[in-house]
Design a protein around this ligand. Structure first.
Ligand code: COA
Length: 416
């Protein structure tokens, strides 16, 4: 089967997570992704948090599947020459170096556009161009703080909190992938490449949209009725941390189930969806709440919502998180068990759908990774191993017209 992005050649000048997550996604969908890495060391994640001596770390293998690896010292004239050839024959260049690194290497946007006017140049930076922090290097947690996620995550009596989800890294990579695909479609119409830039701060803020909504509501009315601070607590003039409260109009909370005393994940998330109040009361064995004026409407429930959650925890006390969800699903109540990484890794549904996949690797043996979260009717993305450092150097150089002797010479000067 022909994959949708087959024939699109991508120079993958990315490292760590934000850029690699983007190019990995495009590789799954058929693009020919050539990862350009520094000879001898490569992407820093190859060595970070290794669990097997002398084998690429999982941090690398889980973000670089389906790619080729070309080692190239792009600071050497011989390396620059190879890169220039590659640029002339590629559709996209993706990079997430620190601010100014590509310019210092001699590959500014103007130069790249001159070398290949049809090429799309896609970048991730911590902050957008012209931002007063645009000189900063940025990692995940920095972005979560700069993008508004940290100030609104966690509990009101604790410090700003970082999410384990890669809102700054992989999320930015996904935004960049959308930008690249849009620019490729645009190129079909205009014949021209363009620059696509995504900042980690912007990408985090894009996911914190509802918190910016809340800031404006707070400024207008002085309170946020779906937050635990309402109606008994205090609001200042900034959106507070709301713990596990639901972000929309539906109150919800993480509730204890059987075994919570010893199992830190024996919890479910329970949502009190307004129109599901009657089924909730039936599920909980509290039919008298259905028409009780103190419970009947969302407004009436809010002042004592935590008493309601306490009652539900009483009901959950003799049920595991899985048993509880199995009962509640019959009443159409939006809920889920709090799942651990171990449970997800072994989840038969995720294995069957290809969301959790086993990948054979030359040095590591088989490892688990997250496959494509996007499902198609006519494409089943197959996840193949990440490349060893420089595994495809000869192949890529030969495809650019270099002879065996040329390749030998490039090795002699340590350019590849
Ligand atoms: N050959 C020769 N030199 C190479 C090379 C190659 N193949 N690949 C990279 N380099 C050089 C670059 O030219 C640059 O050199 P310079 O600083 O002397 O100009 C250097 O390696 C890379 O620098 P940088 O990207 O700043 O690396 P870093 O380890 O200091 O910083 C980050 C890492 C992630 C903080 C930084 O890259 C960054 O802020 N990136 C943008 C935001 C981002 O994506 N962050 C999230 C990562 S998950």
């Amino acid at each position: 089967m022909t994959k949708p992005l087959e024939g699109i050649r991508i120079i993958d000048f990315t490292h760590v997570q934000a850029g690699p997550a983007c190019t990995q996604l495009l590789a799954w969908f058929g693009a020919d992704v050539i990862k350009v890495e520094r000879p001898g060391s490569g992407d820093v994640t190859r060595n970070q948090l290794r669990d097997i001596p002398d084998a690429d770390a999982l941090y690398f293998t889980m973000l670089n599947s389906n790619k080729k690896s070309l080692t190239l010292d792009t600071k050497k004239p011989e390396g620059k020459e190879v890169l220039e050839k590659l640029i002339r024959e590629s559709d996209v260049l993706v990079e997430n170096f620190g601010p100014g690194a590509l310019d210092r290497m001699g590959f500014s946007w103007e130069r790249l556009n001159e070398l290949n006017p049809k090429m799309i140049v896609a970048s991730v930076k911590g902050f957008s161009d012209g931002h007063h922090y645009d000189d900063l290097k940025v990692y995940e947690n920095v972005a979560q703080c700069a993008g508004g996620a940290a100030s609104t995550t966690g509990f009101w009596d604790g410090p700003p909190t970082i999410s384990a989800a890669a809102l700054g890294d992989s999320n930015t990579g996904m935004h960049l992938a959308i930008g690249i695909l849009t620019a490729l479609l645009g190129r079909d119409k205009t014949g021209k490449g363009q620059k696509v830039a995504v900042s980690m701060q912007d990408s985090v803020l894009n996911l914190c949209r509802v918190k910016l909504r809340d800031q404006q509501r707070l400024e207008r009315v002085g309170y946020l009725e779906e937050y635990p601070q309402y109606p008994h607590g205090e609001f200042s003039d900034v959106v507070p941390r709301g713990g596990n409260a639901g972000g929309g109009g539906q109150p919800g909370w993480v509730l204890k189930c059987k075994g919570w005393e010893t199992d830190p994940n024996a919890y479910i998330y329970f949502t009190i969806q307004g129109h599901a109040w009657e089924p909730i009361c039936k599920a909980l064995g509290k039919p008298e709440w259905i028409d009780d004026p103190a419970y009947k409407t969302a407004e009436a429930r809010q002042p004592h919502i935590f008493d309601i959650f306490n009652t539900i925890e009483g009901w959950l006390a003799d049920k595991t998180k899985f048993e509880a969800v199995d009962i509640l699903r019959k009443f159409d109540i939006p809920c889920a068990p709090v799942l651990t990484m171990k449970e997800l890794a072994n989840d038969p549904s995720l294995r069957a759908s290809g969301t959790i996949v086993e990948v054979p690797h030359k040095k590591r043996g088989t490892y688990l990774t997250v496959g494509s979260p996007i499902k198609f009717s006519d494409l089943k993305p197959e996840v193949t191993a990440s490349p060893l450092l420089g595994e495809h150097t000869d192949e890529v150089l030969a495809s650019l017209g270099y002879s065996q002797q040329d390749i030998f010479n490039l090795r002699e000067v340590k350019a590849v």
